[in-house]
Design a protein around this ligand. Structure first.
Ligand code: ZN
Length: 328
């Protein structure tokens, strides 16, 4: 674990010199009150000259893209988008467009949800809505069984969770992914076979405890034989390459803007924390380490600290929603 910590500090020291570290959305959340106050003061007047592009709807467990263009000479350095209790900061794209990818949790409430766009000073710029659609996530028929964690394992779990928080809460302003945000599959082939979908609800029994726990599956499982090459889904910085209690041998790649891809239950890992991985490069070989029921690759995607369905990154399916065009 100390290698991990050293790796992160080394990486941070280099990157802080060349780019801004975006504060975690927790900090932005404090401005929410200011934004709401300004709605009352300015009403609709503040909305003139703002062009907002976003899809009409989004699925639970999905994400959506908002493009913000503001007319006039004085523009904000960045914009903050409030959605469902989270605050998300934009990054600048070519042509002066500000872009933000917003995650939608698997259990997000469905229906019309408000989106507020604020300037860097917290002033409300625009308000819009997006419809969150219900997804019927699969329910696993079989029960999963695991041994209860020992005291030592629980202590290890706590330590690991702290280290992972440090990784996921650091958002680099640098963007390693293409703005179309299309990943390649982490395995060979266009559509590798899937054994467990993202969002699946599983029943888990722990040791002799008669209670049945329900646990979400926050990734896609690909049943592949041990030793199958695993590829980086997109360009990015390796932020973790090591062993985790339940996940086994794991690689976490940081693609910038709070977007991470995660590869679990690996056998051999061929990259180190701090390495830059190109999309399609071999980063590891699949295995069955950790709480794997058999050999498989578990592939997860985290966006601004929310697990989202990796399938939305492999293509741009119609179900991601259609554009409503500019608002106001
Ligand atoms: Zn899995």
């Amino acid at each position: 674990m100390s290698d991990l910590v050293l790796g992160i500090f080394g990486l941070l020291a280099i990157i802080v010199l060349i780019l801004l570290v975006i504060a975690s959305h927790k900090n932005n959340g404090a401005k929410l009150g200011v934004g709401l106050g300004l709605v009352l003061l300015f009403g609709g007047d503040a909305f003139a000259g703002v062009n907002l592009t976003l899809p009409g709807f989004v699925n639970q467990g999905g994400f959506f893209k908002i493009v913000i263009k503001e007319d006039g000479k004085v523009r904000s350095e960045f914009y903050a988008v409030d959605f469902a209790g989270g605050a998300y900061r934009t990054f600048l794209e070519e042509g002066g467009k500000h872009v933000v990818f917003v995650p939608v949790g698997v259990a997000e409430k469905i229906g019309r949800i408000e989106i507020a766009v604020r300037k860097e000073d917290g002033a409300l710029l625009a308000r819009e809505h997006i419809e969150v659609k219900l997804v019927d996530f699969p329910k696993s028929k079989k029960n999963f069984q695991r041994m209860p964690y020992t005291k030592a394992q629980l202590a290890r779990l706590k330590k690991e969770q702290e280290s992972l928080k440090n990784i996921y809460f650091t958002e680099f302003a640098l963007i390693f992914f293409g703005t179309d945000l299309i990943f390649r599959q982490p395995l060979d082939g266009e559509a590798p076979r899937i054994s467990s979908e993202f969002g699946a609800i599983r029943k888990v029994k722990v040791g002799k405890d008669p209670k049945i726990y329900t646990v979400r599956h926050y990734g896609i499982d690909y049943p592949v034989p041990e030793g199958t090459p695993v590829f980086a889904a997109e360009n990015g910085m390796v932020r973790f390459a090591g062993n985790l209690l339940g996940a086994g041998n794991t690689v976490i790649i940081d693609h910038g803007h709070g977007l991470f891809s995660v590869y679990e239950h690996l056998s051999n890992i061929t990259v180190f924390s701090g390495d830059f991985a190109r999309a399609g490069a071999v980063i590891a070989y699949s295995g069955k380490t950790g709480n794997a029921t058999g050999p498989n690759l578990h592939f997860g995607v985290k966006l601004h600290n929310v697990w989202v369905d990796p399938k939305y990154f492999f293509a741009r399916p119609a179900e991601l929603g259609r554009s409503t065009g500019g608002a106001r």
